[in-house]
Design a protein around this ligand. Sequence first.
Ligand SMILES: [Zn+2]
Length: 344
Amino acid sequence: MAEFPEVFVFNEDDEAAAAEELARVLRDMGVEAPFLLSSIHGRQVSAKVAGTGPVETPTGDADQEWAASLGARAREAGADAVVAVGGGRCLDIGKLAAARAGVNVIAVPTQLSHDGICSPVAVVPDADGRPESLGAIAPRAVFMSMVTLFGAPPRSIAAGVGDLLANPLALKDWQLAAGRGLEQLDDRAWDLSAQSYDLIRGRLDEDPATWSKDLDALRNLADALVLSGMAMIASGTSRPASGGEHEISHAIDELFGGRALHGAQVAFGCIITTALYDGDVDGLRATLRRLDLPDEPSKLGLDADELRRVVLAAPNTRPGRFTIIEDANLSDAEVSRLIADIWS
Ligand SMILES: [Zn+2]
């Protein structure tokens, strides 16, 4: 059976105490030679780990090659774990580096911008700077310091929520594929993904700026993102949290190099698949506007023709994955009509 990460939540309003607690958790896990990858933002919570071994800071343009070289350095240093402290990109690079070094990764998020916090998937740019979704290892443990997460930028909170908006649609896509005999559903993974969305659905009318200053809401989002990652670990694929809406986001990455945070692009992708499912597109768009997520192509700098290319390219971003987009099998003209129908 798939192994879930151990999850530690530190609730005290004291970052120095959180740093002590993180060091203690690592010691208790038997980590003796941590290789620390910490963003600037993560310096305080990682302060007590920093003293014990090498520290690296990911640069803004850190890509897959950088992650691989980091893994090589971790191995040379004799590290027994990579401790990644930072935003989504930092954690993803830590996951790739740890896989390369053959050691565990411990994730310490400083932002809640996507459900990669505890998933086996890493989104890291390729040599051309295009974000690519890769299979990596899931963290052995996740340490969440609520005081560190408190006050994270509202746009990263909104992106975290945006990534979770995908879950119910991804489950529909999964069911669609299962109905065609292409895949098998996994009850536990299904339930985890559904529970994850249930944790945030009651808060979708809240403003991300309020959310970022409400400890309960943040805790909800953190738990939801962890459950979503666990759903992926349980099924062994990203299926329960990634369907056609993620294909749209991947296509934006491939064709245009990424136009917004992963979760924001995914939320936008939900509009397309909701329309294909004949769902409540206007309601979804209103939710996205409230969350300050892109509800129209222009907010991602895309015109109708560019979006048409995105939708047409979406199926090729995940060959073998059957979603409502593959099911619809739209022609060029049908995609144009779909776009015109949604944004007329
Ligand atoms: Zn995602």
